[in-house]
Design a binder for this molecule. Structure first.
Ligand code: HAM
Length: 418
């Protein structure tokens, strides 16, 4: 029986894990610059946490959750997103008492039972930040600027920031009604799923990927026309802050987001280098969530960025990170050479150089081939002659230049060249 990784999951292999490590290091550094402390929450939570936060009618909850009953009879779900767990933890540990501001960042796997395709996985990974405790437009602008600058830092080209406001409850209620009125006469032509979507939550049909449906909705009313003066002012203030920060964006009233907890600001960043799954990230304000989860009323805003999607864009744009090759390959041939080689490798590692060594006592030719293949910058050759003389032949693999160096000086020479 040969096993395969489960459908919709991907192994990260040693040949590509360096790109992940690099990206994660970039994200953590970016969090440091903006003062977001890392939070790590469990892979699974009470199912109800997600039902209450994302909404019963959201696809994530109604169709995509990995949900099971554990041996203690608890209803458990693998986390389909990172916001609700982070907010749950903030409430549980009293991290954001009224009047304070909390900035949290995370790197997390998420689980959604979706139909896998390019850029859409059942286990995927996100970088996220959540800013709790501030209702100021500057908080929304900070999260959006963080996001735009992060993609800039990665060197992604052709990214578009799309911004919208869903207003507050009152506005959304009247907008829902108007949308329903517009769309209902059309639903006869659509499949059952679209009809269900419309009835369960009219906003969600704007999120549809169905081209025909999208075309039919082209003349639908815009949520922007329903915003209350207060929401409009907030939205304008955020736009002014983004303009001042030199973050370019477009207002797009089609951005409604697939999770129920959003209030007012919502945004996505899309990339032309991704296919139909073109969202690099999504986020927005969710002022009602903490209270919904049993905490004090806490305004909040955040974003989650798909790691696989960022890697896809990096690869498509040819900005793949260099693979990690060792500094030195120790070639040890002949009687007594392995001991001397191991000793040399040990001392080089202690000095901070990455080192590979042949363990099988293979021929000089085979070991030089391995050194070549490994991409090592230097080969430190120890054949009998060198071992006897206490020297090493240090070969610069790029310059094909080889010189004899006392074993004790190899590290010093390398330091000068690497
Ligand atoms: P989301 O839009 O569901 O938002 O996911 C954010 C990003 O995660 C997407 O734009 C996409 O890049 C990536 N993503 C989601 N699902 C998949 C998948 N099946 N395969 C590959 N990538 C995927 C949230 O998760 C919210 N928690 C964002 C947020 C944070 N809102 C406020 N704070």
């Amino acid at each position: 029986m040969r096993f395969q990784a489960p459908r919709g999951t991907e192994d990260v292999l040693p040949s590509s894990s360096h790109a992940w490590l690099r990206l994660e290091a970039d994200f953590r550094e970016h969090c440091r610059l903006y003062g977001y402390g890392e939070i790590r929450t469990p892979t699974f939570e009470d199912t109800d946490l997600f039902v209450r936060s994302s909404g019963e009618t959201s696809e994530v909850v109604s169709k995509q959750m990995y949900r099971f009953t554990d041996k203690g009879g608890r209803d458990i779900a693998l986390k389909p997103e990172g916001t609700a767990p982070a907010v749950r933890a903030a409430i549980e540990h009293g991290l954001c008492p009224p009047g304070t501001v909390l900035r949290m960042g995370y790197v997390t796997p998420i689980y959604r039972y979706e139909r896998p395709q390019k850029g859409r996985l059942r286990e995927s990974h996100q970088f996220g930040i959540e800013l709790l405790g501030s209702a100021a437009p500057a908080a929304d602008a900070e999260v959006i600027e963080f996001t735009a600058r992060f993609y800039e830092r990665l060197g992604l080209k052709g990214v578009r920031v799309l911004l919208n406001s869903l207003g507050r409850d009152e506005c959304r209620r009247s907008y829902r009604e108007a949308l329903l009125k517009f769309a209902e006469p059309l639903v006869q032509d659509w499949d059952g799923e679209a009809r269900d979507r419309l009835r369960a939550n009219p906003l969600r049909i704007l999120d549809s990927k169905d081209e025909a449906l999208k075309a039919a909705l082209a003349g639908a009313p815009s949520v922007q026309d329903f915003l209350e003066p207060e929401s409009r002012e907030r939205f304008e203030a955020i736009r002014r802050l983004l303009d001042a920060a030199n973050v370019s964006y477009a207002v797009d009233s089609g951005i409604v987001r697939g999770l129920d907890y959003y209030t007012e600001t919502v945004f996505e960043v899309q990339s032309g280098s991704l296919g139909s799954q073109n969202a690099l990230c999504g986020g927005g304000r969710y002022d009602g969530l903490a209270q919904e989860l049993g905490g004090p009323s806490t305004p909040a805003v955040g974003v989650a960025m798909g790691i696989e999607r960022a890697l896809m864009v990096l690869e498509a744009e040819g900005a793949r990170a260099e693979s990690i090759s060792p500094d030195v390959f120790v070639v040890a041939v002949g009687e007594g050479a392995l001991d001397a080689g191991l000793e040399l490798a040990r001392s080089l590692r202690e000095a901070g150089f990455s080192c590979l060594i042949d363990l099988e006592g293979r021929s000089m030719k085979s070991q030089m081939n391995q050194a070549n293949k490994s991409g090592a910058r230097f080969a430190a050759i120890l054949a009998e002659e060198e071992t006897a003389g206490g020297t090493v032949s240090l070969r610069d693999m790029r310059a094909a230049d080889q010189r004899s160096v006392p074993a004790s000086e190899v590290a010093v020479r390398l330091r000068g060249s690497l």
